[in-house]
Design a protein around this ligand. Sequence first.
Ligand code: G
Ligand code: G
Ligand code: MN
Ligand code: NA
Length: 254
Amino acid sequence: LELETRLRRALDNGEFVVHYQPVLRVADGALLGAEALVRWQPPGEEMVPPGAFIPIAEETGLIVPLGEWVLREACAQLRDWLAAGYRPGVMAVNLSVEQIRRQDVVCTLRSVLADTGLDAAQVELEITESSLMEQGGQATELLRDLKAAGVRLAIDDFGTGYSSLSYLKRFAIDKLKIDRSFIQDIADDRNDLAIAAAVVAMARALEIAVQAEGVEQPAQLELLRELGCGSYQGFLCSRPLPAAAFAARFLSAR
Ligand code: G
Ligand code: G
Ligand code: MN
Ligand code: NA
């Protein structure tokens, strides 16, 4: 069966699951939130990582209903954790370029917020730098509408897109996520360290939060602490986990 058809059926059959990776404060390791990351679990088969289906979902437009499902699922999970007396922090959800291209993503967001009763400020939407640049002027309008809905906006994979930094001023961005390719060799490569330091300094000067992705080693975390980077995620703390495992490890009732 063609992958596209299989993906459509998978969505109808509820074969997608969301895993959650913790986001931690660099200074003291406190939990600040989680990033929702989708996985495909075909019955009786191995879990399929997003790299194997997100690109096809984007090409076929299936990412629009799939992305909406992820947003609903992650927000419903956040609501359930809050209702259970946990303090899960902010829930971050990825928006694909195809979702951004359609203006109705704002309607979807408003509907999800209304249905879950969440405070919009507890939701962070991650948009890649390259997808913003692709949208040109339309992105300005969209980001303004998303901000007006009250959510936080993060630039994902920061530093990898062909971008003009002027958008940082133009858009009300709340956070920059330094791409993992810069963090990977931060302890050995002076250029990567210089880039990370420059991004942290710029973000701080602009009063934008800054987060490191892909932190795997204690030495990397120590350098980020010295640079004054606010938050991080990465295998050093945890891989993305199923909801129950995330709750067992990172959440406890007040
Ligand atoms: O979870 P993992 O690190 O394997 O994710 C691989 C890629 O898939 C990352 O670039 C991530 O942003 C993307 N991805 C994971 N979940 C989602 C999602 O719900 N929506 C979109 N658009 N991308 C996702
Ligand atoms: O593009 P985005 O930032 O949304 O992708 C997040 C992806 O990064 C997920 O697929 C997640 O599994 C992966 N990831 C998270 N932490 C680490 C890490 O420490 N090392 C590596 N190699 N990948 C990571
Ligand atoms: Mn992301
Ligand atoms: Na990223």
